[in-house]
Design a protein around this ligand. Structure first.
Ligand code: ADP
Ligand code: MG
Length: 457
């Protein structure tokens, strides 16, 4: 067993050199470099990392690179690589856990260190890593944010530029970085400001002839968080001033974090030198969350409210608000308010009504009808008429079947089909199911439904 620290360090150093050339430098700095080689025993090698998140990342993304490099430097074939969490350093660490839903981790509450009282930082103490749900849509951004927070002075990502659509968590993660840094160092000088306020402040100081005050204020911080930098678009003098602030901060080793609704290159009328500064650090995007992540976020928020959120209601909300997290939160808050008010268990129908979700479903039945009449070359008015024409009956059968397939209620299907009664819809559905069971490839109805079912996926 090799335990001599020197030997282990040397072996690890050599392995790092090999791995470094293979993977992006940001990932190398954040995830590989902090790992430690704990022991080599026969063909068993143990690496330790700081937390579960880091361990999962190595297992999922860099296991084969690590294996290759370590085999090469140790000359051990059939190497068995084990990655462990270093318990000594993790007790106070932020440690997200992977939930049973693949690729998502809902952070657990960590015992906070003494909270700093940096009153002028403008930080919102509610926006922390503990309340930030990680999914595939924001995983990279979160990983980088966490790496910066853990060691802002030595961060290789300066500036850190986060971009993405409205309500996807840019502001939240920015505050989370600030709060984390503050928690570890109550003396850190942190400043969060929206670009709009930065502009107003600049104009105010210019008018008052107090630019020196302005400069010393912004240039005296360790961590500057500027939100929605796209608003600097076309503002020449602000860009100039910001460029100098930016350089001064970078020169003194302060970390700068920026958010924007688009990448630097897409901000029009942005001075090229500023654009290249923005791109000179790390640029990370946040995408809209997947359905599973939306569900995870809803449960996390429900826990914070608190409200007892039933899975089928969470599912309904997550399905109906796909675009962003802000509207997801708004929907949940509304449901929570009603739940409080009525003091009853809310039904799906009631939730649909208060959130006006029905409209979406009505649109869905219309979409189904439109695609059926299009495929069969029919007239929509004829479809809802009383005619018993064979083609029209088949088209209705397809609509009813696909409507049920899309989990629409009989009432919703009826609305789309001119208010037909439930029993006639149920009959059409039963007839269709019987026909489909035959799996007759020469049947027009069978082929039509198969095709449209595919389109609906
Ligand atoms: P943006 O700045 O991108 O427009 P925000 O950061 O203001 O979006 O986020 C909108 C709302 O959604 C906030 O209340 C925030 O707490 C919440 N939110 C966004 N992303 C997450 C997440 N991953 N986990 C938990 N809440 C989130
Ligand atoms: Mg924002």
């Amino acid at each position: 067993m090799i335990t001599l620290t020197n030997n282990l360090e040397k072996t690890w150093e050599n392995s790092l050199k090999l791995i470094k050339s293979e993977i992006p430098s940001a990932s190398f700095q954040a995830w590989i470099k902090p790992a430690k080689l704990k022991s080599i025993d026969g063909n068993n090698i143990i690496l330790t990392v700081r937390n579960e998140f880091n361990r999962n990342l190595l297992l999922q993304n860099y296991y084969s690179s690590l294996l290759k490099a370590l085999s090469q430097t140790t000359n051990i074939s059939n190497l068995n690589l084990i990655i462990e969490i270093d318990l000594e350093t993790t007790s106070q660490d932020y440690m997200p856990v992977f939930s049973s839903i693949e690729d998502i981790n809902i952070p657990i509450q960590t015992s906070p260190k003494k909270q700093g009282n940096n009153k002028n930082s403008n930080l919102n103490s509610k926006f922390t890593f503990e309340t930030f749900v990680v999914g595939t849509h924001n995983q990279f951004c979160h990983a980088a944010a966490l790496a910066i927070s853990q060691d802002p002075k030595k961060s290789p990502y300066n500036p850190f530029f986060i971009y993405g659509g409205v309500g996807l968590g840019k502001t939240h993660i920015m505050h989370a970085i600030g709060n984390y840094v503050l928690k570890n160092n109550a003396k850190a000088k942190i400043l969060y400001i929206t670009t709009e306020n930065f502009l107003n402040d600049l104009i105010f100081h210019m008018r008052q002839g107090k630019m020196n005050d302005f400069r010393s204020h912004y240039r005296g911080v360790d961590l500057l968080l500027i939100d929605d930098i796209q608003f600097i678009e076309g503002k020449e003098s602000t860009q100039q001033e910001f460029f100098h602030t930016f350089n001064a901060l970078k020169d003194q080793g302060s970390q700068i974090i920026l958010t924007s609704d688009r990448p630097p290159k897409a901000i029009s009328k942005l001075e090229p030198r500023l654009c290249s500064r923005f791109e000179g650090g790390l640029v990370a995007d946040i995408q809209p969350p997947t359905f599973e992540t939306r569900l995870a976020i809803l449960f996390k928020k429900a826990e914070e409210l608190p409200i007892n959120l039933f899975p089928q209601i969470a599912k309904k909300i997550a399905e109906s608000f796909p675009e962003n997290i802000r509207s997801l939160e708004g929907a949940l808050a509304k449901v929570a308010a009603y739940a409080n008010f009525t003091n009853e268990t809310l039904s799906i129908e009631f939730v649909e009504k208060i959130l006006q979700i029905k409209k979406t479903n009505e649109r869905l039945i219309d979409k189904i009808i439109n695609s059926v009449v299009f495929e069969m070359n029919l007239d929509k008015d004829d479809l809802v008429s009383a005619s018993k024409n064979k083609n029209l009956v088949q088209a209705r059968q397809a609509c009813v079947y696909l409507g049920r397939y899309a989990n629409l209620s009989w009432a919703e299907i009826s609305q789309g089909l001119g208010g037909r009664g439930n029993s006639s819809l149920i009959n059409l559905h039963r007839k269709t199911c019987e026909e489909l069971e035959k799996k007759d490839r020469t049947s027009n109805l069978f082929n039509l439904i198969e095709k449209l079912k595919d389109n609906m996926k």
